[in-house]
Structure formats: C-alpha cells, structure tokens
Write a protein of this length. Structure first.
Ligand SMILES: [Zn+2]
Length: 150
C-alpha cells in the first residue's frame, strides 16, 4: 500500500505531496523503477515537459508557422504600409516556406508593379527547377497576368 509523501520540489523548492494514488499509478500503471520517485511539483513537471517538447521541435518552427498563418490572413485584403513592409521582409526570408507564401500573397494582391519581380523569381535558374519559390512565382504571375488582360 501507499502513503502520501511530502517532498520539496527540486526546481522551485515548493512543498508538494506525492499522493498515494499517484504513487500507485506511477509504479503499477507506468511500471516505473521502484527507486524512482517524484522530485518536481506538478507545475514544474508540466513546464519541464513543455520545454522539452519545444526544444525537440525544429528551432523556429512555431515562429515560422505563425508567419505563414499571418501571410495567409493578409492576402485577402489590400495592404497597408505596415503589412507591405512585413511581406517584403517575408520575401527575403531564409526559409523557402515563408518566401513561397509571401509570393502567393503578391499573387493575390495582383499589383502590376510586382509583375517584373515575379517574372524574375519564376525564371531564376539558381533556385533550381523544383523550387517551391519558383513555382509560387510562376503561379502568382499567371494569376496577375490573367487579371490584367480580362
Ligand atoms: Zn516546482
């Protein structure tokens, strides 16, 4: 049988209790080693788990996802100066995924002034034949050109 065990959290120094029920689960369900015991309070365990998961993910992955979501959201409306500046920055991003979506934004904005650079990216041999950036530029160019002629 198990008894509630008070302990001091290794990370924050808080007093915590490892309950009999938690111990039963730990040893009988998880089948953890008999010498192992709780050393961190619940908030610290959660914080540690979150931090470990974040460090396992690719560095910058969340930031990248946020940027792509933002770019998708702005493409529906005509841009203001601030939005334009951020899209310009995204166009120079070192991540192809971000550049590609930024180019798609230009495609949806359909500004005649963007046509020359879309054309340039679409034909940029240095990007390689299967580049997502190149393909996005070609598609944006096609969309923008159609708009102009109709
Ligand atoms: Zn703690």
């Amino acid at each position: 049988f198990y008894l509630d065990r008070p302990f001091t959290c290794r990370d924050c120094g808080a007093q915590a209790v490892w309950t009999a029920k938690q111990q039963k689960w730990w040893y009988e369900v998880v089948r953890a080693h008999i010498d192992s015991r709780a050393v961190r309070c619940l908030p610290c365990r959660r914080a540690r788990r979150t931090a470990l998961a974040a460090s396992r993910a690719a560095p910058g992955a969340n930031r990248l996802g946020d940027e792509v979501a933002w770019l998708r959201a702005v493409s529906a409306a005509p841009p203001d100066a601030q939005t334009e500046a951020r899209v310009e920055a995204a166009l120079r991003s070192k991540w192809d995924g971000v550049r590609k979506v930024a180019i798609e934004v230009l495609g949806r904005w359909r500004r005649p002034a963007d046509l020359p650079r879309l054309r340039e990216w679409a034909h940029d041999e240095s990007l390689g034949r299967w580049s997502a950036v190149r393909r996005a530029a070609a598609e944006a160019l096609a969309a923008a050109s159609n708009e102009k002629t109709t």
